[in-house]
Design a protein around this ligand. Structure first.
Ligand SMILES: NC(=O)C1=CN([C@@H]2O[C@H](COP(=O)(O)OP(=O)(O)OC[C@H]3O[C@@H](n4cnc5c(N)ncnc54)[C@H](O)[C@@H]3O)[C@@H](O)[C@H]2O)C=CC1
Ligand SMILES: CC(C)CC(=O)C(=O)O
Ligand SMILES: [Mg+2]
Length: 359
């Protein structure tokens, strides 16, 4: 049966990188027999400009009717002064929450060809293959109450709520233990249990759950130490499970281990395997419109879509291998460019992946 993919380019570099990922999807459909159809929708600032809301009802409806969603990125300085519910980022958070995409998989894999692109010493990052399992629909990004109020001293104060229920921790914990079981068998749960009650409960629930996964080696680490360990000795990790905000921050740090934030894809999954696929980076307003964005994180997100939502693991492998061959050939967008390699635009990089896929 034909599977439908909702394409949401969003803002900034979003349309540029998504164009390249759609070229890959088109090639898979036309030349490799992938039975898909794509529809396009609005999200973020683009949706606000056209419809007055960052997540129009029509977009949400199309997402619900699709087998998978491919998203670029949202946000930009021009929308920062809007009331919070109208800001582009709320469109993305709304999609994650409405589709119950609680499990965010963020693999950080160093392509060997990019060892020199990393700002870390090659021996620190060579062979890096870790995955961050980030809880995506709870924690401080969604907790109530939140806002800005005037306190008793007549001063403005901002407040947010860091809250996790046992069931929210358990379901992301299960995804993480299962992921570890399929990989190197090691899970590190990252929290701030020494200070925050919500993450003290996190540590307890993950520890309880461990009884069901005795074959997985579990460790716990405070988030401040984890940030340091990620740059000190990243290969000590296999699977990391953590809360929404900690995962957001740690995955940007992990991205740089691989050479660039433009290399890290992600899958956001719900309980029935429906997924949204997006690069981990944002809309990069500083380079938007210049053809300078690296489209590989978005193209690698297509590979994750093929594996997790479209039941096409062999095509996922083919896309990842095509990316590897393009890097072998020396083509580099500016973020991963260094002496001896060939500078490429966003579109040249996408075209090169498509050309490699044809072989
Ligand atoms: N998932 C999403 O849609 C996200 C949206 N944002 C939004 O994006 C906007 C910009 O946020 P920033 O903090 O600057 O984060 P960002 O991730 O957009 O950019 C950080 C830095 O990385 C570079 N970069 C990002 N993606 C790249 C790519 N594919 N190729 C080459 N370089 C790349 C940018 O040029 C910038 O220097 C904000 O409005 C923010 O709210 C931020 C993070 C995630
Ligand atoms: C802009 C935020 C809503 C998201 C973010 O930074 C992320 O998911 O990595
Ligand atoms: Mg982020």
């Amino acid at each position: 049966m034909t599977q439908q993919i909702l394409v949401l380019p969003g803002d900034g570099i979003g349309p540029e990188i998504v164009t390249e990922a759609v070229k890959v999807l088109d090639a898979l459909r036309d030349r490799h027999g992938l039975d898909i159809t794509t529809v396009e929708g609005l999200v973020g600032g683009a949706a606000y400009e056209a419809e007055g809301h960052p997540l129009p009802e029509e977009t949400l409806q199309m997402a619900r009717e699709s087998n998978a969603v491919l998203l670029g990125a949202v946000g930009g300085p021009q929308w920062e002064a809007l009331d919070r519910p109208l800001r582009p980022e709320q469109g993305l958070l709304g999609l994650r929450s409405e589709l119950e995409l609680f499990a965010n998989l963020r693999p950080a894999i160093l392509y060997p060809q990019l060892a020199e692109a990393s700002t870390l010493k090659p021996e620190v990052v060579a062979g890096l293959d870790i995955i961050i399992v980030r809880e995506l629909t709870g924690g401080i990004y969604f907790g109530q109450p939140r806002g800005v109020r005037t306190n008793a001293a007549g001063e403005r104060e901002g407040y947010n709520t860091f809250v996790y229920s046992e069931s929210e921790i358990r379901r992301i914990g299960r995804v993480a233990f299962e992921t570890a079981r399929r990989r190197g068998g090691r899970l590190c749960s990252v929290d701030k249990a020494n200070v925050l009650e919500a993450t003290e409960l996190w540590r307890q629930v993950i520890t309880e759950l461990h009884a069901e996964y005795p074959d997985v080696e579990l460790s716990h680490m405070y988030v401040d130490n984890a940030a340091m360990q990620l740059v000190r000795e990243p290969k000590q990790f296999d699977v990391v499970v953590t809360s929404n905000m900690f995962g957001d921050i740690l995955s940007d740090a992990a991205a740089q281990l691989t050479g660039s934030i433009g290399m890290l894809p992600s899958a956001s999954l719900n309980a029935d395997g429906t997924g949204m696929y997006e690069p981990i980076h944002g809309s990069a307003p500083d380079i938007a419109g210049q053809g300078a964005a690296n489209p590989l994180a978005t193209i690698l997100s297509v590979a994750m879509m093929l594996r997790h939502s479209l039941g096409a693991p062999a095509l996922a492998d083919a896309v990842e291998a095509a990316v590897g061959r393009v890097l072998d050939g020396g083509l580099r967008t500016p973020d991963i460019h260094y002496a001896g390699t060939t500078r490429a635009t966003t579109a040249e990089m996408g075209d090169a992946v498509v050309a490699e896929l044809k072989q």
